[in-house]
Design a binder for this molecule. Structure first.
Ligand code: FAD
Ligand code: SF4
Length: 446
């Protein structure tokens, strides 16, 4: 902790987003960066607390006080080594982590201005790549082989760790490239795909074998490996089976998001197969992050309007909610860069039926509702709270989460990691799970 009074004299400064009028015209990353001096000043605000709650809150246990100190002192190489010791791919979390650490920062408790850990993490990692601190290692092989099924963040971390331990790792994925939802879910304006490609080049140079276009039946795993990691994510989205579901224009969110990312990667789709919001009134059903990504994508495709509805009540507004106090993750209203780009947001709205003409969607009949406490405890009871109404929409995007996969009983040399084990969550949690599973595989094979 180089400057013990910095937190009193230097304000939190976020790099912020590109202006709305500029960023909605392209799919490039919306977030900007600070210059090196301002970044250093931000790192100096970290107080190196005796009990670092940031470390407790980060699923990876990232040692923010240590790397913030190295960053403040200008030692980017040390900062990267410290960061990379717990976080295999800080260029991903530095961009898209919701920064659980910052919510648990003591400066968030005292002045609602936590240390800018996530942005600092991205800055350290970008410098590390630029200055060649990310080196290609040549692991000494131990003669044992591992198959990783699924190349999302969980599988990639497991593969990376096991490869460094000396195992020969083959990663199988059904898609045409690696990254999982990093590549085929999260929009480019949050995470440019060259960031994934840059890391993949390192993993390949270090000896990990990637096999794409391979959909593996997990009950019939490829023979000949000493152990297996199943990191297949949560492939099944929650659907909305109300009347009219078959109408043209009703899509699962990932049909839009993954196709848009593929289009940006150069893939072509016929007019019939293209999912686009261009010139349409868009209704997003589901108030979470996936829904927000649909909003940003709809704007960039040239939609006419966007409405987002959510069946649950509006979360409390404000930096904290007394019902779940610091240092827990605050369940308060979140406004993303995509919301800032324009969107009507409504809560306590239930969807009754999709309406259409000649097989094409024209709107959705919805019902304002309310939630009453359940006298028997448990989930509150939904009651109507207004007349049904129709929201005009030519395209609906269903962003209501994913079903937790039921995994079969596996042999003792098969391990499950990431969302496939825990249900849909966050990249940082998937990465932490991949790291833990790698340690378990190693312990098993030893
Ligand atoms: C639209 C969207 C936006 C998100 N935004 C964020 C965000 O901003 N920040 C954040 O922290 N989290 C975000 N998340 C959540 C995050 O992406 C996931 O929690 C994380 O990617 C899970 O990682 P995983 O490796 O477990 O699974 P996945 O990323 O789902 O990867 C699973 C991989 O397994 C492959 N696979 C599946 N079945 C098979 C099979 N049978 N054979 C071979 N391969 C198979 C898939 O092709 C895929 O590559 C978002 C999720 C979505 C859907
Ligand atoms: S991975 Fe997320 S929670 Fe962990 S230190 Fe980075 S921004 Fe914070």
């Amino acid at each position: 902790m180089g400057n013990p009074k910095a937190f009193l004299t230097i304000d939190r400064q976020e790099a912020g987003y590109r202006p709305v009028h500029d960023r909605v015209l392209d799919f490039s990353e919306v977030e900007q960066t600070l210059n090196a001096n301002d970044r250093r000043l931000q790192a100096s605000r970290c107080m190196d607390c005796g009990v670092p709650f940031c470390n407790w809150a980060c699923p990876l246990g990232n040692r923010a006080p240590e790397w913030n100190d190295a960053l403040y002192k200008g030692d980017y190489e040390l900062a990267y080594r410290l960061l990379n010791s717990t976080n295999d791919f800080p260029e991903f979390t530095g961009r898209i982590c919701p920064a659980l650490c910052e919510k648990a920062c003591v400066l968030n408790l005292t002045m609602h201005a936590p240390s800018t850990n996530r942005e600092n993490e991205a800055a350290i990692t970008e410098t590390a790549f630029r200055e060649n601190y990310v080196r290609i290692e040549t692991p000494v092989r131990n003669g044992k082989t591992i198959a990783v099924i699924g190349a999302g963040p969980a599988g990639l971390v497991a593969a990376n760790r096991l490869n460094h331990m000396g195992y020969t790792v083959t990663v199988f994925d059904k898609n045409e490239s690696a990254g999982g939802l990093l590549r085929y879910g999260i929009p480019n304006f949050k995470l440019n795909k060259n960031i994934i490609d840059r890391r993949l080049a390192v993993l390949e140079a270090e000896g990990i074998i990637f096999k794409y276009g391979q959909e593996i039946d997990v009950t019939d795993l490829p023979a000949g490996f000493d152990a297996y990691v199943i990191s297949t994510g949560t492939p099944q989205a929650r659907d909305l089976n109300i009347p009219g579901r078959e109408l043209k224009g009703v899509h699962l969110a990932l049909e839009l998001l993954s196709q848009q990312n593929r289009v940006l990667a150069g893939m072509e789709f016929s007019k019939e197969k293209r999912v686009t919001c261009k010139g349409k009134n868009v209704l997003v059903i589901g108030g979470g992050d996936t829904g927000s990504d649909c909003i940003g994508t709809a704007h960039r495709q040239g939609c006419k309007s966007v409405t987002q509805i959510e069946i649950m009540p509006k979360p409390p507004v404000g930096p904290e909610d007394p019902a779940n106090p610091w240092p827990n993750w605050p369940r308060t209203l979140k406004t993303t860069s995509s919301h800032e780009e324009g969107c009507t947001r409504r809560w306590n709205i239930n969807s009754l039926r999709f309406i259409g003409e000649n097989g094409e969607l024209t709107g959705v009949e919805v019902q304002p509702i309310d939630w009453k406490p359940n006298p028997e405890g448990g989930r509150p009871i939904m009651v109507t709270a207004g007349e049904p109404e129709v929201i005009k929409a030519e395209i609906v995007l269903l962003a209501m989460g994913f079903l937790k996969p039921q995994q079969p009983e596996f042999a003792p040399n098969v391990f499950v990691a990431g969302d496939a084990a825990n249900g849909a969550s966050l990249v940082v949690r998937a990465m932490a799970s991949g790291r833990d599973i790698a340690a378990k595989v190693d312990a098993f094979l030893k």
